[in-house]
Design a protein around this ligand. Structure first.
Ligand SMILES: Nc1ncnc2c1ncn2[C@@H]1O[C@H](COP(=O)(O)OP(=O)(O)O)[C@@H](O)[C@H]1O
Ligand SMILES: [Mg+2]
Length: 347
């Protein structure tokens, strides 16, 4: 490729001044030596004011520490992830959250200072945080509601059914009035129906909020789910726990349980698998929950969140919930090679 012309210093100046991202240059002591117009907007100071300032006036506490670390790494040639997140104080005292990239200013082979490009992401972050809060509240409300319905099914709706079955049993076993065979068959039928209804209710209550989770904890609940998969669907499911098992807060247990529940329901409904594995790996400061199958696999969209827009909320919901806990979700899947859902959460 041939370049038809060479940009002049003036052209570059224009680009610098008018860029929509804030840019500034500082010397080795942190004194600002140049700043563009977007920088005025970002900080609330005019360019003239900025040129008399030191960057330390804008950053404080842990963020000053971070600035020092970036500086240290750049000078020693170590790797840093760019852009990184940083905060600074505006003229009016409010805080701006920025996505920022920093590099060395090298002139004639000598390091003279640092140059920064920064984008204000305060609004975006705030929206994200609000969104997270919202998701958290909804999730909580949903879980409370599930718990309430499960309890109601268990405590209010099941006992009368149980009583009905017992009464039917009593009639069937009392030989005194000699029932016609037809009536006996009819009674037996009614009993079978009542038992089925009761089992349905119990299953429904268990799915809503398994008591085993509250009573015996996560691993027991995972084993219980695995057993159900074997029993009801013929999928050979194994549970494995490695590392030192730790007591997890209720919310984390519930999170991991719901993820495993959704992943297993996907295996049941979509995977056509003969085998599944649930693995919990405990580490010192984090844990992994891995749910794997040997089924048909599927094509993962670029963003899991995209599933949500077509009404598929399972995987997208999983991802949101994991993020709420500061964790990460990873899905691997390949046609004919099965699917692996891996969740990492800090503990
Ligand atoms: N274990 C799996 N095996 C095969 N396909 C899967 C598996 N898990 C998810 N999928 C595919 O990913 C899609 C999205 O899953 P999900 O978000 O849980 O939505 P839903 O289960 O409601 O369809 C499913 O419709 C299915 O096509
Ligand atoms: Mg699903």
């Amino acid at each position: 490729m041939t370049i038809g012309f060479k940009l002049t210093e003036q052209n570059y100046r224009y680009l610098f001044d008018n860029a929509s991202d804030a840019m500034w240059v500082q010397d080795m002591d942190g004194n600002i030596v140049d700043a563009n117009m977007a920088c005025e907007k970002l900080t609330g100071f005019t360019r003239e004011e900025l040129l008399c300032k030191n960057v330390r006036e804008f950053v404080a506490g842990e963020f000053l520490e971070m600035a020092r670390e970036v500086r240290r790494r750049l000078l020693s040639g170590e790797n840093i992830v760019q852009p990184y997140e940083q905060r600074l104080f505006k003229k009016d005292g409010t805080t701006v959250i920025m996505k920022m990239a920093t590099s060395l200013v090298i002139i004639d082979g000598e390091t003279k200072g640092f140059q920064h490009v920064a984008r204000d992401v305060t609004e975006e972050k705030r929206m994200q945080e609000n969104m997270r809060f919202y998701v958290q509240q909804i999730t909580r409300a949903q879980e409370d509601e599930r718990k309430r319905i499960a309890r109601e099914l268990h405590d209010e709706s099941s006992p009368p059914l149980l009583l009905l079955i017992q009464r039917l049993d009593a009639i069937a076993s009392s030989q005194k009035p000699k029932f016609a065979q037809r009536l006996k068959d009819e009674l037996e039928d009614i009993r079978t129906q009542a038992v089925e209804a009761l089992e349905g209710l119990r299953r429904c209550a268990q799915d809503l909020r398994p008591r085993i989770l509250d009573d015996l904890g996560l691993v027991a609940a995972l084993e219980w789910m695995a057993e159900n998969l074997v029993k009801d669907y013929g999928i050979d499911t194994k549970v494995e726990v490695t590392g030192v098992e730790k007591d997890l807060p209720d919310e984390s247990q519930l999170l991991l349980f719901r993820i495993a529940q959704e992943a297993l329901s996907n295996i049941r409904r979509h995977a056509n698998a003969s085998k599944a594995w649930i693995k919990m790996e405990f580490h010192d400061d984090k844990l992994f929950l891995i749910v794997k199958d040997n089924g048909r696999g599927f094509e993962i969209p670029q963003r899991i969140g995209d599933f949500a827009s077509v009404g598929k909320l399972g995987l997208a919901g999983m991802q949101e919930r994991v993020r709420l806990f500061g964790g990460q979700l990873e899905i691997q899947s390949e046609s004919g090679q099965g699917t692996t859902v891996t969740v990492e959460v800090p503990i």
